[in-house]
Ligand binder design. Structure first.
Ligand code: GFB
Length: 323
């Protein structure tokens, strides 16, 4: 039995919507977006109130709340070094979180669930821009294999439940994201928050140089998280295919070019040094977004304006985060 489409179901402004991971970069952006559009019955729990690693707690939460829609944005995430250093934590925690939520979404008859994957699920050497059909066509990038395998398991779980239990679970694959509420810790963060902080601190401390990791040659496709949240809400209401769908900006840039751009935005005038002892990761990750565009969604925030907005947010939050 092949199920080609999930059912055409749309959220309404009173629907009970659970955002798992509402304090993170992605979940907080989805929450802002839904609130802005007037969805008034949102539920979210702090880590202290609900431990998503604990299947008994998640079970009793679903039994009690019975959400109609779920955005599964909770995950253990991090940049290239964190992924490479703590692979056991990445695979263990992500498998637990998604197993608990996806299974309970089935048990408690969630109308539709949106699972957030990642562009690192694709083979490291696949043709660019990366089409959805390249999934499982080759070897994964070593630095984030554990995380990628967990995300691939999540995709397969959604599709298997759709096939066997006729659920409506969709999986979206975002590119590299940035924006407010990101992690700016220099060891565990992704490249954009790391560079914003490094360049800013070098400027205010009159440092002559900033060190960036790797050769700077890898290319990445960066999307502001408000664009991502807009796409997720759009797809929850308008995407019914069982296959995965990419969410990206349609453009990529090298890490060296990104450094120059962030240097300019932050006003740093010194030198940029490449630390070749740090890993590069995948050489290029540019998502093909034909399917997304055909569904009717287009990105609205340019990299330049998204980075400026994020730098402003970082400056406004600096004292809260670091003092
Ligand atoms: O953002 P990032 O950690 O993620 O690194 P990935 C992207 C590129 O930026 C790599 C370089 O080539 C890094 O070496 N880079 C330069 C830096 N300076 C820095 C720095 O100060 N900090 C960081 N973090 N990078 C992640 C995956 O891979 O992508 C995750 O590990 C996830 O699983 C995420 O999928 C989207 O794109 O390499």
């Amino acid at each position: 039995m092949i199920i080609k489409k999930t059912k055409a179901i749309k959220m309404n402004k009173k629907s009970k919507i659970y955002i798992a991971g509402h304090r993170g970069l992605v979940g907080s952006a989805i929450k802002r977006r839904l609130e802005k559009e007037g969805y008034s019955n949102l539920i979210f729990m702090t880590r202290r109130e609900l431990d998503l690693l604990d299947s008994a707690e998640v079970r009793s939460f679903f039994k009690r709340e019975k959400p109609e829609y779920v955005f599964l944005a909770a995950a253990k995430v991090g940049g290239i070094l964190a992924n490479n250093t703590y692979p056991a934590d990445f695979i263990h925690q992500n498998l637990l979180i998604q197993n608990n939520i996806i299974h309970d979404a089935y048990l408690y008859k969630v109308k539709k669930l949106l699972f957030l994957g990642s562009s690192c699920i694709y083979p490291k050497d696949c043709p660019q821009p990366i089409k959805e059909e390249y999934l499982l066509n080759g070897y994964l990038e070593e630095t984030n294999k554990a995380y990628a395998v967990a995300k691939i398991a999540g995709i397969e779980m959604c599709q298997s439940y759709n096939k066997q239990y006729l659920t409506n679970f969709i999986s979206v694959m975002p590119t590299n994201l940035y924006g407010p509420n990101d992690n700016f810790d220099l060891e565990s963060s992704h490249v954009v928050p790391a560079l914003i902080r490094k360049f800013h601190e070098a400027k205010i401390n009159n440092k002559k140089e900033v060190v960036i990791w790797g050769t700077g040659k890898p290319r990445r496709d960066f999307l502001h998280v408000d664009d991502l949240a807009d796409a997720c809400v759009f797809l929850m209401n308008n995407y019914y295919e069982k296959d995965i769908i990419n969410i990206g900006s349609g453009e990529d840039i090298s890490i060296n070019e990104l450094s120059l751009l962030i240097g300019k935005i932050t006003g740093f005038e010194g030198e940029i040094i490449n630390d070749l002892t740090k890993p590069d990761g995948t050489l290029q990750k540019l998502l093909n977004i034909d399917k997304l565009n055909q569904a009717g969604w287009f990105s609205k925030i340019s990299l330049n304006s998204g980075l400026k907005k994020t730098y402003k947010w970082f400056l406004d939050s600096y004292d809260n985060i670091y003092k």
